[in-house]
Design a protein around this ligand. Sequence first.
Ligand SMILES: *Cc1c(COP(=O)(O)O)cnc(C)c1O
Length: 429
Amino acid sequence: MAEKAPWAPEFAYRGGALCVEDIPLAAIADEVGTPCYVYSSAQLERRFREFAGAFEDVPTRVCFSVKANPNLAVVATLGSLGAGADVVSEGEFRRALAAGIAGNRVIFSGVGKKASELEFALANDVYQINVESIPELEAVSAIAQRLGKDAPIALRVNPDVDAKTHAKITTGKKENKFGIDLAHARAVYRQAAKLPNIKPVGIAVHIGSQLTSLRPFETAFRRVAELYRTLRADGIAVDRLDLGGGLGIRYRDETPPAIADYAAMVKRITGNLGATLSFEPGRAIVGNAGVLVSRIVYVKKAVTHRFVIIDAAMNDLIRPALYDAYHEILPLKGPATKRGLKEAEIVGPVCETGDTFAKKRMLPTVAAGDMVALMSAGAYGASMSSGYNTRLPVPEVLVRGTNFAVIRPRPSYDAVLAADRLPPWLTVK
Ligand SMILES: *Cc1c(COP(=O)(O)O)cnc(C)c1O
């Protein structure tokens, strides 16, 4: 385990029980059932305040990246602290609105926004549309004309910087599908400025997720700052810089930059531009604020391995299968002592070999019926879950001090089955 637990102090052992804020996780799991996601309001608020506070002295909007954790209660918790939202679909836009975040605090990102989605954004007075291609720019212009509105746009530029993160979450290399090549950006801005009802207000960049070094950010931001100066000299009145998200967190032993150091670097590069900044952090706010609680179904001693089979699966938390991601696994009764640790493969029940949470993991002696927490599961956990194997959608719980509330109940099997329809030519007895 990492020397200093990155999820602390909101998740810690007290009296032999792993607690979230002032409640033992086991008490929640006993009531809600397993598997379930549990989030700490205190940590959400602490991380958001730390991020926003680091930019207090410059005009800044912190727009929470909704796709990291779209639960309305999570988005509303952050919205009530002044967060805006970064959304990548009409569905997420609607979530932001439903969570009390007005359209003029929403940034609309994404490489494939449809006409209906762009129309929804403009009708709701979106703060900024981050445009990723010339065809998209033309679509925005046509829709804005039809609505009789000016569309505030930034071009998302691709600075060709290697974020040095997992290949599946690198977005700022020129071979990635994202953004407009930096070398073409100046010409595209000129084109944009001439299009009817298009108002270029800023430049946007987002080079990837789970970055653990400042260097790629710094390289990208320098390139964007230079473009900003060039555009202003060209007479294009941009006055915003959207520097995206991507700041990493510690899952195991990574040493991601502190928010304060990230902020100092940003201010060093952008300080004299006079731009209004925006950020789109997701993981850095919610990643360590959530856990997935699961119960051990069986401990199976096979020929070569000891398998600990838990009732959570890859459909509930796909990061290990998709990104080879590491999640710390802690027993709810503990803490574990060095003595009595045994190597185990921690797996779910889904019919895929990829349904493996951890290989060769040292776990204390555990038995069927015991519960564990998969730590650092607040970002890209529930949001990427699916109904594969007709497992019931995993419920979510939000804790605040000594209180907790189910913020997404587990539906019944009847409700899940009722979502399908038989065609008129089929009847079942
Ligand atoms: C996913 C995404 C983010 C959030 O990334 P994190 O690594 O969670 O901070 C921000 N901006 C855009 C455009 C994204 O696609």
